[in-house]
Design a protein around this ligand. Sequence first.
Ligand code: ZN
Length: 946
Amino acid sequence: MSDPNDYTVGWICAIDTEYVAAQEFLDEEHPRLASQDPNDNNIYTLGRVGQHNVVIACLPHWNYGLVSAANVASDMLRTFTNVRFGLMVGVGGGVPTKQDIRLGDVVVSSLDYANGAVYQYDFGQTVQDKAFRATGHLDAPPLLLQAAVQDLKTTYRRHGNQIDKAIAAVLERNPRLEEEYRRPDPITDRLYKNTFTHAGPSHQSCTSVCGDDESTLIIRDARQKYDDNPKVHYGLIASSNQLMKDALVRDRLAEEKGVLCFEMEAAGLMNHFKCLVIRGICDYSDSHKNEAWKGYAAMAAAAYAKDLLGRIAPSRVEAEEKIRVLSRIYEVVEKAQDIAKQGLQTQIDFARERMSEKENMCLQLFFLTTDGKDATYESYKDRVEERVDGTCMWFLEHENFQKWLKQESGPLLVSADPGCGKSVLAKYLIDHYLPRSATICYYFFKDQDQNTVRQALCALLHQLLTKKPSLIEHAISQYDKKGKGLINSTKSLWEVLQIAVKDPQAGPIIIVLDALDECAQSEFEDLIRNIERQFPSDHFDHGKLKYILTCRPYDQIVSEFSNLLHSFPNIRIPGEEESETISQEVNHVITCRINQLSTTKRLNSDIKSHLEKRLQETSHRTYLWVHLVFDYLEGVDFKKTLKGLESTMTTLPKSVNEAYEKILNKSNDKERRMVRKVLSVILAASRPLTLSEMNVAVNIEDTSESFRDLDLEDEEDFERRLRSWCGLFVLIHHRRVYFLHQTAREFLLADLASPTTVSPELHWHHSITAQDAHAVLAELCVRYLNFFNSDTTLPTDANGAAGHPVDGHAFLDYSAKNWGAHFREASIIDDAAIVPPTTKICNPDSKSYSTWFTIYWEMTHTKCFTDLMVASHFGLNAVVKQLLENGAELEAKDETGRTPLVEAIEGQHVAIVKRLLETGAKVDYHYQRRVSESDRRRMGDNKDDS
Ligand SMILES: [Zn+2]
């Protein structure tokens, strides 16, 4: 049996072809180990090369990439604690522009004096910065190896290398490898021009589809008598999780940094596992993949590695420092992911440049924003906080998650109680942890404004098609049928997604859906059925699609997954059962926050540890609670004695709801009215308002008649005021106003159906009904739009000519598009004060009408509307009633024959239909329901056609 302590050189391969080549270059193979570290999952081949004992490991099947390489290396170090350095030996893609690199040649990573030891690359920044940016400070290969490379280089120069002969000797000894590993016919070494992409499907060879046309090829002379063949090149090797297969990007990077070779593993190792990268060139990093050269290139790299080891004295190896065992593999993984994070960008930008105008328009459509006024799906992820180091481990280490990571397809459902960091976890997985070899698409559901499946699908498609532009054809076929209406049809969007993920070009895909419980209830079941449909139980092959779904542990959600449980028994990670572990992690956060607090407050160690102990004793502690409690502690001025601390502890909020109450109670009576207004607006708003919109909205008073009455402070001051009113309860992110957390919305919102017993200490708790909130916003919108009916010489000219710095028009877009819906939802009573101004803005002859109407109707030119039609269209009961009482024309028609009754029917406003019929409206049988897709859009109707 072999002793792991005898091995000092670690040799790592990525694929089987390389593993076989490595084994063939051993001078002697040793027996396997009797045992290895229980956490070491590698399989090894042990042996001797020259005077060195070498341990060879290969990455798991299909799991190549930086992270996988980092895992294999760190596992190796668990068992082989005497390993001094590593060799990454295998194949890579060559860059033929700067040096005469040909297939079968070898590239060795060496210091480039202009760039230092930059091996890790991030081609994300290249387009914007026009520069090739190193994303990590990568260690150079150990000096010992650098010296050996130099030594071998001079020998090769004098005598030529013997690589081809060494390979021939291996094949002679083991003829069964001949077919796969011999040097292919030189004619198959075709270098195409960088503008000529592979002319057929990837499984068809260049011989059959690309051919030997001189106009597409770069012709190179055969190598001369004293030229090495294969030749060894020394320079920069670029490493990323993304396979380089775009010749234009390749040449741009080669030009900027002198990269000689692209590969996918080394960056996962460099800083943690001192190593040298040796790559046999099997293709040219372009769209023409060349399977034929893989075997020979792998042999060439292995032959070089063996030559190199022959240059190093074993005593010198012993003198090298041992590699420290990595205690925290997560750090490595995280780092590698950070590096690869934007690795796709350049390729994406190139592909985008090549997209047709139509394809670009279709892609842009999925972004669901045209004018920058809407919050994007990205901003919902961005505003989630970063993980505190050492947290989320309950999940990352969970057996089911680890299994899911390794499997090729399938869903994973993570449930956890509110405030336990589900969204933080989702963001961390997306940004740092999930393997970059997959295309990662996400959507963060948000109650109220990001809660439809339609929005989610658009976001997913926008990401998928941006990252995999070749899949756009699947969207185009639907776009041709539906036009812009495509994004309003959940059914068609599902079709596009289902087909796109099955396309072999899609590769592995991971979809992360956060907060399923915040998806609109009416759509939830359909969402789950469609996810199920992607994993049919009568199919063994589910492609390479994976889901991570997070939600609160609600029975009605979790029970929806019973069908999937059959095919995926490990589908669920119930965080609520991990509360002990999560509490431990929360304790860790408490410790971190106390350390910060003690610096700002200068707490002595007694106080510090007492506070720590008291906080960690609290039951039901969540991340959210900790966040709020520390905000409170930072704000109060407590006496820094044990007694002083104790008396502060009694005032400390014991629950999240108590904390919310405390925050909102800071406002005085006068402010309270404003706070309520702000909170109502956030509750009801159909999308998050910007600061400037909010500034205008909350400054509209019952007495405001015109823009002159708006008393606006500038935006910075308003932001400060908002902060002092609402504290942490409200979050301002990218100049938009949100609630801190979903629980904040739930805290405020009173449920009419089941009035909860409101505790007397909590004044804000369940204090606003949805209807109240809509009424507040409806009134603000209507009053605002009515300003346009007053004297319209505005002091708030946008260019500030009149000396007013704040844009009073900021609220126009929102109120024009949404006032009707808020009015309807508010169920405003017939004689409410808001009814008269509403009838004014409904009147087509009014100034305000022409202002909001053009925005609401955007591109239509329908002019002959009446006030009754407008009110019927929006379903405004009280307004319809008043207009009818004032003798509004019941049968007014527009040019297409639409009447108020038609409007009410189409809007499904039953009460108004009834009222109109009772008043004597005629049902016009000649009116055809010509509600084409474009008409619907004109109607602003987003209802699904499925
Ligand atoms: Zn080709």
